[in-house]
Design a binder for this molecule. Sequence first.
Ligand SMILES: [Zn+2]
Length: 457
Amino acid sequence: MKFIWMMLLFSFTAAAVVDSEGVLVHEYGDGLNGEYITRYYLQVGDEMMPLSLSREFLKKQPIHRWLGSKVQVFSDQGLEKNKNNPIMAVKLIEGANPVSGSQPWISLLCRFSDNSDEPKNLSYFNGMYANQPAGLDHYWREVSYSNINVVGSVAVDWVSLPSPRSTYVTIDNKGDEDADLSLLFDDCVGAVDAFVDFSDAGNGQSFQGINMMFNDSLDCCAWGGSRWRTLDGVQKSWRSTWNPPWSYANEGVIAHEMGHGFGLPHANNSDGDDNPYDSPWDVMSAATGYGVNHNTYGRLGKHINMYFKHALGWVTDANDGFVADSQSDDVFLLRYTAHQAQTGIKFVRIPLSDGTEYFVETRKTVGDYESNLPGTAVIIHHVSECRNQPPWVVDADDPPADYADTEGVMWKTGETFIDPIDGFEVHVLNEFTNGFNVRIKASSDLIRRNGFEATCF
Ligand SMILES: [Zn+2]
């Protein structure tokens, strides 16, 4: 009997759950050659502990909305630095910072100490934040329907980092370049700290984000994410981007990295390949593909898909949406995404029996950011929060196209999408100046798949 008790005690100890408190830190890397990297950490004191999040975990706990927040992380071994730490659960301790209102960013222009190049001048970076077409203040106001602005954003002129590029970018054991994003952050911020007050963006609050512009390539990638730091007495998650010259040559890339700073993951098409940059309908997928070309700022950003806007609170079911259910048979005008009217329906949300959903919207080749899109059409995203890229553009073609600029993803007058999961129908009836009339109809014989599991990729 004693022996059994000892066995029980031992097995209980071995299975003990260790919980650690800290702040969720994220980094998304975007390669010039199509590679992409996703990293999550728990910031505990001065240490960043890498978190390994399985698909099964993400299916239960989509943490994209908690990035930058204080959380409790449960693991079976405890967390260690420089280790792959498999995670069992994450619990939110303090509510995520809402992405609303004034979001002033600051651009820091940092030269490596062994390189005097200044690829763009200060006025280029200041002009990038303008509240006029092609400026990021104008852009984010339009994309968010004025839920955010970046008014008060400024750039600081070129400064030298204390060390040469080789200090920040080293060669890893696979022979690839590896940029030390924390050191780059600390040294780039440190180089301006004597004359920049990060706690005061001129509007009574601190800066929200830091765009770091470097004068040479980093590793594979441009990066967007966050850093938890105390700057000028303000301790918080600073939205952060790390940009090589090819990044700020096209404003769409900066918009994409700022999107990561706001906590957005990538969007994708439906072809199932390993490339998340193959939907031209979303700045969080193909950042520059089918973007409007601007003389000074290159390819500009496009809108983000309606699921992302919904997740950020920039559109709501009550004000902007139509939510389908098993009784739906409704006809209405679905306004095009870039339309700035405060009234009208901007999206249809169709919750499905497997826990996934569709977001239906109209895109139109019009305006400062969307006029170069592949076409004017109803676009449908299937959203599964357990995927690394939750929204995928639905494609009628089989197999789906490699790049989602084909007719298969554009639902036009006379075409009908029939959802293969629950049988919802989206009929595109006719086109008007401000959008398409659509009919949303539940299946008369609604297919409810018991126990059907959404596929996680
Ligand atoms: Zn990205």
